[in-house]
Ligand binder design. Sequence first.
Ligand code: GLV
Length: 333
Amino acid sequence: MSNTTRRVAIVSAPVPDDLQQAISQHLEIYSVPAGQRIEEAVPEEVRARAIALLCTMRTPVQESLFAALPQLQVVSNFAVGYDNIDVPAATRAGVLVCNTPGVLDAAVADLTIGMALCLGRKLVDNDRFVRSGAWLKGPAPLASDLAGKTFGLLGMGRIGRMVAKRARAFDMNVVYHNRRPDAEAERSGLASYLERDALFSQSDYVSVHIPLGPETTASIGAREFSLMKPTAFFMNTARGAVVDEAALIHALRSGQIAGAGLDVMVKEPLDTASALIDLPNVILQPHVGSATVETRRAMIALAVDNLVNVASGNQPKAMVNESVWPVVAKKAR
Ligand code: GLV
């Protein structure tokens, strides 16, 4: 039977039993299937007692949610990205937003390099070549080396740097563009800074590692693809909506660029009617950059830790709108 005075954590993410126990020590758990609107899925009596929400990117967290959860102190997102959350509205409502940075960098970087290998060395094409019997008629077309090629990172945050390290290990020339040049990357010889246009025009691989926000939405489009070499590959493991997908499809169809590796699309899950599905020069992944057993465990552990810290009045490790913490800390006392 639920205790009608106990504070609640609304949980809309897959939390393993041991971590659920960590939450239950502080809060009553109210579970909601991922992707449902909390305002509609949770009864008012529970919403009135909710001080925490643990959710995935599939849960939209808009202004209306803060009105519906008047006691809310923290939204702990089970993701490093937080484009599902209206952070300015959370800040206005005095709600702390937490995320899971750091623990997924290696996994996303591995997938990025995996896609570069698939594109450059034609791994997926060659698999089709063998299965279709084409090999019985003659050898497969030659692929291209990664060594000596220019790998261009758009965005040089934690994940970008991890990708740069891996690309260097493949003897690639690593370049990057970022709002702020990364002095340490330059000093250590990890990567050299290029202006944005030069990054698109000089790279053999362009890999996107920027967050989605008002300034980056559809920020890569026809102009950027027209700058790229016809032999170059485009890769996105960040967010689909940073790309103008129609312009990308045009660039791929017309041979303006050689191919693409996409872990993210504008609309996910990708509809099988999407033009991307029929393009032979695209490798598609179902948004799995962080989807390994180890990484997802580390992410959910950090998301739960953030939530439990707020519930017990301690500063969480990963805050998006840190300025709200003093307000939340006061409420928690
Ligand atoms: C995955 O896309 C994440 O933001 O964690």
